[in-house]
Write a protein that binds this ligand. Structure first.
Ligand SMILES: C[S@@+](CC[C@H](N)C(=O)[O-])C[C@H]1O[C@@H](n2cnc3c(N)ncnc32)[C@H](O)[C@@H]1O
Length: 347
């Protein structure tokens, strides 16, 4: 059991109290019209007055206005802070912005600047970190809404792009494609894997980072998660059921399997990391991570509200589902969620 004041950690080292909103941390919205990529590039600049068209406000939250994409979560500041917190958590856990032979794949090449694509980049936290780690590489972040800064580092470009459509680049264009926390955005993950394979050069690298679709219990705790935290099981069962009706499979392990079974990739490795939820872990570093991740899970639960209401649940039923889930998070030791880090080489 612990207090109710978890913090969401940002990658710049700042921490924000759960629920609070500091407008000074908001990112500007962008797109540049710099011609880039294949000759048939369709990149166009988004004008200031067009930015609002990408967003839809419903019950005080902002969503992507693109009607054809299944993504159920908001794309506003509280949600962006959640994804930034998850970025920091992963970075702390793995001690870097990536796993796999990234440094070798992005080695300085006198003939050609290495090229990196980040799918569903959000506010571009990973892109900006990678642009500092690999200043000689060109890094492109794409998202369905303009969330990232308008003034990126010189080796970075942000674009609007729907990952459910064919990517606009020619075959073999990229050295590295990174895809993190995208499964809720994708109608057909296998098709995305095929597009990644098409646009990667031979020997290029596909990195996928996806979360499990349920909460689990640390093996040191006797019993099972359904008994210890029944509301968390019920919450994720309900969410997963509704995501399935949107055509989304939120299972990170299934995403790994699609990559592992693709004929276009070899040397496929997956690292499974169990991320603690809450402050039960004996190690101080993991307690801090667990505190931040619990705040992020609480925020995620509220972010699913619109999807659950749209599915026909009453407002009272949704509030109870979320409140009971959050109660589990704050009263149960040993809770955790698995994240799958997959690395695959294009053949
Ligand atoms: C959970 S966030 C992950 C952000 C980022 N990858 C990260 O790990 O911090 C999912 C992102 O996918 C974007 N998205 C949703 N549907 C999309 C689509 N069809 N094409 C491109 N991006 C999409 C959302 O706008 C959001 O920024």
């Amino acid at each position: 059991m612990s207090d109710n004041h978890d913090t969401l950690y940002h990658s710049n080292g700042e921490a924000e109290m759960e629920g609070a909103h500091d407008p000074s941390t908001d990112e500007e919205t962008i797109l540049t019209d710099e011609e880039y990529g294949s000759p048939e590039s369709s990149l166009e600049e988004v004008q200031d007055e067009e930015i609002a068209d990408y967003f839809l406000e419903i019950n005080g939250r902002l969503y992507a206005s693109h009607g054809g994409a299944p993504y159920p979560l908001p794309v506003d500041t509280p949600e962006n802070d959640r994804t930034k917190a998850n970025h920091t958590i992963l970075k702390r856990l793995i001690g870097a912005n990536h796993r796999g032979p990234v440094t070798a794949v992005l080695a300085v090449n006198v003939d050609r600047q290495p090229r990196v694509l980040d799918l569903c980049c959000g506010v571009g936290t990973w892109v900006k970190d990678m642009s500092a780690d690999f200043p000689h590489a060109q890094i492109i972040g794409v998202d369905i809404v303009p969330l990232a800064t308008r003034y990126p580092p010189t080796n970075v470009q942000f674009e609007i792009l729907d990952v459910n459509s064919p990517l606009r680049w020619t075959d073999g264009y990229f050295d590295l494609i990174h895809s993190r926390d995208v499964i809720l955005s994708v109608c057909d993950y296998g098709a995305l894997v095929n597009e990644a394979a098409r646009t990667l050069r031979l020997g290029g690298l596909f990195l996928s980072v996806e979360w499990s679709n349920h909460i689990s219990l640390h093996p040191s705790i006797p019993g099972d998660v359904e008994t210890h935290a029944p509301a968390s099981t019920h919450f994720y069962d309900t969410v997963n059921h509704n995501l399935a009706t949107l055509g989304v499979n939120p299972d990170g392990f299934a995403a790994f399997n699609l990559i592992a079974n693709s004929p276009h990739f070899t040397s496929v490795t997956v690292e499974q990391i169990d991320v603690p939820i809450g402050t039960w872990h004996p190690e101080e570093g993991l307690r801090q991570i667990g505190s931040s991740f619990r705040a992020a899970q609480k925020r995620l639960a509220h972010a699913y509200k619109r999807m659950l209401l749209t599915a026909g649940m009453s407002s009272e039923a949704v509030d109870t589902l979320i409140d009971d889930f959050v109660h589990d998070l704050y009263t149960t030791d040993g809770l955790m969620m698995t994240v799958y880090l997959t690395s695959a080489e294009r053949v």
